[in-house]
Design a protein around this ligand. Structure first.
Ligand code: HEM
Length: 368
């Protein structure tokens, strides 16, 4: 095939000579016998870092879209496609642990001491990812008094400072949600109507409980107590002051206005205009969940590999990693919205004019 561009050779295009020359084992240099599995150990980390690079590339492009004051439907489609790509890569990242686990703990011990004090803990691309997604500095599990970035080179520390100076994806999404135009729309107040629907649904549930012929009076009283506690939690959603208190306490993060918008998108995601926003929010939940899955998988692999020994980076190893799997989530508030969903049959009926508007892509004219 002829083209107007100069020809290129496959190995040159991919710079294969450089790429395939980057697997220098320390065991070969420092031990009498090279450790066979060290090559796998290096390649697997390099492959992870390449995928991290690709994820950052996709994430940066999505964040660029959301930095605009107005996010068009076309761009929303692109954002969903890019986040979906991240999700597919993350699934690979989880699977790759299986390949690493073909190395036995004994084989790992052949070269483990040569790695100190290096560790995945110093993966600056992984830290960039966390920061760009929106992990808060206060959320981090520290295993000693030194912050994670103190173990990075000055050059990599500067990248962290730069990432933390700009808005994270979390903040951009929160701003975007706060701009959702449909919360109050031509005489229809979503929040007020939703509140009525919630009260109706709760009253129905209480009635079912009170009229259950299988329960004794004592059992009913007990269940009613539990129900009232759950009801109080649910109704707290309608109290902005309480919501803001929970934010101050670090229990919640998403602003009141953004929470309302995210709920609207979830509840009415069958309306055409909300399809893509719903897919977008679902992607964020998937990304959070897949990083948690990777962290848990990595933590289990580490336990299998080193038991209860400390890590080469100095942490308690498995125990520390398990804590990060639990604590380093960014979009938990979106995931937890399921608490507040109602069956479709219980949802407030949307006025016809409002539904008609939801049937088309909204334009700048509808922005409040
Ligand atoms: C034999 C294989 C591995 C072992 C035994 C291992 C062990 C550990 C340990 C113990 C830590 C905690 C920090 C420390 O004390 O060093 C850690 C952190 C980490 N490792 Fe691994 N690891 C392995 C493979 C990998 C691979 C293949 C990756 C891929 C990039 C990776 C990425 C990370 C990351 C990103 C962290 C930081 C996690 C956080 O702080 O939340 N590790 N690893």
């Amino acid at each position: 095939m002829k083209t107007k561009f100069p020809p290129v050779y496959y190995a040159d295009y991919l710079q294969l000579d450089r790429l395939l020359d980057c697997q220098t084992t320390r065991s070969e240099k420092y031990l009498k016998e090279p450790a066979h599995d060290e090559t796998l150990f290096i390649i697997i980390h390099q492959v992870y870092e390449l995928w991290f690079k690709q994820i950052l590339h996709e994430l940066d492009s999505v964040m660029a879209v959301f930095k605009d004051a107005y996010v068009s439907e076309n761009n929303m489609g692109v954002a969903v496609a890019r986040l979906t790509r991240i999700i597919e890569i993350q699934k690979l990242l989880v699977q790759q642990v299986d390949v690493l686990e073909t190395m036995t703990p004994l084989d790992f011990l052949e070269f483990r001491d040569l790695l100190v004090p290096a560790s995945g803990f110093q993966s600056y691309q992984f830290r960039l990812l966390e920061n760009k997604l929106g992990l808060l500095p206060g959320q981090r599990q520290n295993f000693d008094k030194h912050a994670y970035y103190s173990r990075l080179s000055h050059e990599h520390q500067a990248l962290m400072t730069q990432a933390l100076a700009g808005p994270s994806l979390y903040q951009l999404v929160e701003n975007w949600l706060e701009r959702t135009p449909f919360l109050r729309f031509e005489g229809f107040d979503f929040w007020e109507n939703y509140k009525v629907a919630v009260k109706r649904a709760l009253d129905k549930d209480r009635e079912i409980l009170l009229t259950n012929p299988l329960l004794t009076d004592k059992e009913k009283a007990k269940e009613l107590k539990e129900f009232s506690a759950a009801e109080t939690g649910f109704l707290a959603l309608f109290d902005e002051t309480e919501h803001n208190d929970l934010i101050k306490q670090g229990v919640r993060r998403l602003s009141y206005q953004a929470t309302q918008a995210a709920l609207l998108i979830n509840l009415f995601r069958d309306e055409p205009v909300l399809h893509i926003p719903f897919q977008f929010l679902t992607c964020l939940i998937d990304i959070d969940e897949l990083f948690t899955t990777w962290r848990s998988r990595h933590a289990l692999m580490v336990q299998r590999m080193i038991g209860t020994k400390v890590g080469t980076g100095g942490s308690s190893g498995h125990t520390y990693l398990r804590a990060t799997a639990h604590g380093h989530k960014v979009f938990s508030d979106l995931t937890n919205l399921s608490t507040y969903l109602l069956p479709r049959s219980e949802l407030p009926r949307l006025p016809e004019e409002f539904r008609k508007n939801l049937g088309f892509y909204y334009s700048r004219d509808h922005e409040s």
